[in-house]
Write a protein that binds this ligand. Structure first.
Ligand code: ARG
Length: 550
């Protein structure tokens, strides 16, 4: 262990930190030491970069211009002479220690985000998590929760007015099935004790029965026999009827729906609280007003984009959007033959309702890539019916899959699994071990999720993510805890920071730290564009490495 740490320290001094290089093991592969060193050195491109071609200056060629400007660049108190790199100019800040407060380093220590004092704050609506009441909370919902929670904090921290909205899946035939089964076999006591668990049991049972029913129909049809009896009276049909009754304001159906919803929300809230996430509002598919959907449908009819196909109302995008794009969008189902409206219709209605109610400047849908088509159809419809302005204010923040993780029993249980491995010896050393273990487990999951680009799928790996080595949640927490302990041991009140004499910070490590700290506002501004949690996480790891090697 000590030898390992030694090696890690030596490597850090040699500018070998493998932060962003996958499948690279300088600790065990000597060639990787050189590989990483070269990569790290090349990566040090300077603090700011001027790509001269982007200026589109007439006359001189960009590389000649770059060379001339570098030669003519005067002595500056702030930056070194730029380095010419083909047609690019690379600038390195002069981080000479100074007592002057004008250089801005001081302010990085007491940094406030620009939005803090901004008047006329912009409102950002973030729709995320959005699990389905009648189905288990799966890893896609967990990812949406993590990314949406992150975006909420990011925008709030940058001074925006953030509305966090959870759009529960609480409608449709699947919901009808659940309600039906509960009416027959549900257990009131079990429901009160653990609603998610009980509804999950019902979910498993009813889906098993539905699949048996399907097999039966198939077998009959293969044998050339009439399956109409089952089709007309089976579970599938009953669920459809139930949902229809609910849409038609059937008192009993609505009452049950309200209870499921409330119990579900209560339970979700507990899991969200553990992740330090809250919602300003719990919306839901069922709460979209029939009237809003009707208005949207009228607009669609006026724009002549809907048609009736086998009794259902659909949009055939290939007829309204030219070329490949239209073909790829395919057909969107708006209303079923039986008059119940579908997922897409509810989303259109919901978008107009939210716009009117929240008057948002921007709205984000944090939903997995497997719904890319759905959201493209949704956005295209809004555009086709002439709401270009609304269209320009909505974005889909999508993300890939988590592979190799089974959350069949829901996230709450899943988090318990992560936290189950307890190290008794370490447990004895901390004040509130349960709480610390919880925080570490959650940081592990979150950091692993935020490490790559959202779009990429990633493999869930319990071992790597809970390790204290490498760029993990526990490593970040450990570094933070270490700083806190130094801070409390030093006993310097935060109010003394503003008058700190930074001219005493002369070592290269300290200067490097200041250089990184100064990048924080820039990192946040950049993050507001990328919407990638990894933007700020990569920054944090760079900072942590610099800190731990100083
Ligand atoms: N409840 C949906 C699901 O789990 C996700 C909702 C996404 N948001 C939306 N506005 N369609 O698949």
């Amino acid at each position: 262990m000590a030898a390992e740490q030694d090696l890690a320290e030596q490597l850090a001094q040699l500018r070998v930190s493998q932060a962003e290089i996958p499948a690279c093991y300088p600790q065990s592969n000597p060639v990787d030491i050189f590989r990483v060193h070269i990569a790290n050195t090349l990566a040090d491109h300077g603090d700011l970069l001027l790509p001269v071609p982007a200026l589109k200056a007439k006359g001189e060629k960009p590389d000649e211009l770059a060379t001339r400007w570098a030669e003519e660049f005067p002595d500056s108190p702030l930056v070194n002479k730029p380095i010419v790199d083909a047609s690019f100019l690379r600038f390195f800040f002069k981080l000479a220690p100074t007592k002057s407060k004008n250089t801005g380093y001081q302010s990085t220590l007491v940094y406030k985000l620009p939005g803090d004092s901004q008047s006329g704050r912009k409102r950002i609506l973030i729709e995320f998590s959005s699990p389905n009441i009648a189905k288990p909370f799966h890893e896609g919902h967990l990812r949406s929760t993590i990314i949406g929670g992150f975006l909420g904090n990011l925008y709030e921290g940058a001074g925006y007015d953030v509305v966090r909205l959870n759009y529960l899946g609480d409608s449709g035939k699947q919901y009808g099935l659940l309600a039906l089964r509960f009416k027959k076999f549900g257990d009131e006591e079990a429901l009160q004790a653990d609603p998610i668990q009980h509804l999950y049991q019902i979910y498993v049972k009813i889906n098993q029965l539905v699949s048996e029913e399907r097999k039966e129909i198939q077998a009959l049809e293969i044998a050339g026999e009439e399956a109409a009896m089952i089709k007309d009276n089976g579970l599938d049909e009953q669920a459809r009827q139930y949902f229809k009754a609910m849409c038609n304001n059937d008192r009993e159906a609505i009452e049950l729906w309200r209870r499921f919803r409330e119990l579900g929300i209560e339970r979700y809230k507990k899991s969200y609280a553990r992740l330090n996430i809250h919602f300003d509002t719990y919306a839901g598919e069922s709460l979209v007003k029939e009237e809003s959907m009707k208005i949207a449908e009228t607009k669609m009819a006026d724009a002549r984009i809907t048609e009736i196909s086998q009794g259902a109302t659909i949009v055939d995008f290939s007829k309204h959007v030219p070329g490949k794009v239209g073909k790829a969008l395919g057909k969107g189902l708006v209303r079923k033959k039986d008059g119940t409206s579908l997922y897409l219709a509810r989303d259109i209605g919901a978008m107009f309702e939210r716009d009117e109610h929240y008057k948002f400047d921007q709205m984000m849908y944090v939903v997995a890539t497997d719904q890319d088509l759905h959201l493209k159809q949704l956005f295209k419809i809004v555009e086709l019916i002439g709401h270009d302005d609304l269209r320009s204010r909505v974005t889909h923040v999508n993300f890939g899959l988590v592979l190799g993780m089974s959350t069949r029993r829901g996230t709450a249980v899943f988090l318990d699994d992560v936290l189950r491995d307890k190290n008794e010896a370490k447990y004895a050393q901390v004040v509130d071990p349960e709480k610390i273990a919880d925080i570490l487990g959650i940081s592990s999951v979150m950091v692993q999720d935020m490490s790559g680009k959202r779009f990429n799928n990633y493999h869930f790996n319990m071992e790597t993510m809970t390790s204290f080595e490498g760029d993990t949640g526990p490593y970040l927490q450990y570094s933070h805890a270490r700083l806190c302990s130094m801070f409390s041991k030093a006993g310097v009140p935060a109010s003394d920071f503003e008058s700190a004499d930074l001219s005493l910070m002369i070592g290269p490590h300290a200067i490097n730290l200041v250089r990184l700290l100064a990048r924080f506002p820039d990192t946040i501004q950049n993050n507001l564009k990328t919407h990638e949690p990894t933007t700020v996480l990569t920054y944090l790891f760079r900072l942590t490495h610099a800190l731990n090697s100083s």
